[in-house]
Ligand binder design. Structure first.
Ligand SMILES: [Zn+2]
Length: 348
């Protein structure tokens, strides 16, 4: 099937993201944004349409027509507004970040902390017979956006993993271009978790085509879910299925599965597209319906600290209700990876 795609130059260039090689411009985080893309119909998965018309017919468990891949990036566990606790400010002033972190760790009542909601998210997903992936940062004090030490979340990671949900790595700001950084963070997370980590997403969706895929593959990751635009929802390379990326520099397929990111909560709202809640919901439904049409996988990123109209999980539940009503197979990244590689890819 990949050979057939190669013969269609326009779709091949889109699939491999030719325009992201040898970049002249990128945004402040060194990302390739949608506003610089020559591809204007990002809501149309035209590569997937071609694949389906040429023999790709994915099937999912229990005869489900399409899949939804649920993911959460855990950037924040201790909300910033709870920081000014006696002792914390002093420790910060002394430059002792580790001590500064310890104060809120011991003093915040977890029940009153809206970001300490892993269990609540899991219970909500279980209602819909679904599991998800929680991607954790493994930053050191002093690294940009440091908010928690992964070693302090050992019990939480085990709780998540023991119940069948997935723990993945959320790479730091520089990880997407550093093998050493990815490896160091992967090892730290695996040490706390006590098992291998196979899923990855970079913080801020920072990603370099095709280098980040190569680094992740070399580091032993089995799949990635970073590949989507931060500034616009949709299909970054026209694909709404898991796929093996192709490196135009080496002329070879990369040994990793990309489960492309289609919808990130923050893309829709205040940070990028600036849609109101009603319009954002219309777009979500439109993208889900498109993916259903081509038997694809809708990957959604919902942050644990996202709050809309003062509500933490109301809109996330609305999404679960919608896709569950459409009889989607709702799964974690690991489950999608396993299903795709054992049941779909082998038959193509
Ligand atoms: Zn992040």
């Amino acid at each position: 099937m990949i050979e057939k795609l190669k013969q269609n130059e326009e779709l091949w260039d889109l699939f491999t993201k030719k325009e992201e090689y040898n970049l002249t411009f990128s945004d402040q985080y060194d990302r390739f944004p949608y506003y610089l893309s020559s591809q204007r119909d990002v809501f149309d998965p035209k590569v997937s349409r071609f694949l389906v018309e040429n023999g790709l017919h994915p099937e999912y468990p229990d005869g489900k027509k399409f899949a939804v891949c649920l993911t959460h990036d855990i950037d924040v566990v201790y909300p910033e507004e709870l920081y000014p606790i006696v002792g914390t400010a002093k420790a910060f002033a002394k430059g002792n970040l580790t001590d500064a972190m310890k104060a809120p760790f011991s003093r915040i009542n977890k029940k009153c902390n809206p970001c300490w909601n892993f269990k609540e998210i899991m219970e909500l997903e279980a209602k819909y017979n679904a599991k998800s992936s929680f991607n954790f940062l493994a930053l050191h004090p002093g690294e940009k956006d440091f908010n928690y030490k992964i070693e302090d979340l050992e019990a939480e990671l085990h709780f998540i993993s023991d119940h069948g949900w997935e723990v993945g790595l959320h790479g730091g700001h520089e990880s997407y271009k550093s093998f050493e950084d990815i490896m160091e963070k992967k090892r730290r997370l695996e040490k706390v978790l006590g098992k291998q980590v196979i899923g990855y997403r970079n913080h801020y969706l920072r990603f370099k085509v095709p280098d980040t895929w190569e680094l992740l593959s070399k580091a032993g990751f089995k799949y990635d879910t970073t590949f989507g635009y931060a500034d616009c929802a949709g299909f970054r390379n026209g694909v709404c299925h898991p796929f093996r990326p192709f490196n135009r520099n080496t002329g070879k397929q990369i040994d990793i599965i990309e489960i492309p990111l289609i919808i990130m909560d923050r893309t829709l709202l205040r940070d990028y597209m600036r849609l109101d809640v009603k319009k954002a919901w219309e777009l979500i439904k439109r993208l889900v319906d498109k993916v259903e049409q081509y038997n694809g996988v809708v990957t959604i990123l919902w942050h644990n600290n996202t709050s809309i109209d003062g509500q933490h999980l109301k809109y996330y539940e609305k999404f679960l209700e919608y896709v569950s009503g459409k009889k989607a197979w709702i799964a974690s990244g690991e489950e999608v990876f396993n299903w795709w590689t054992t049941n779909v890819e082998k038959r193509c």
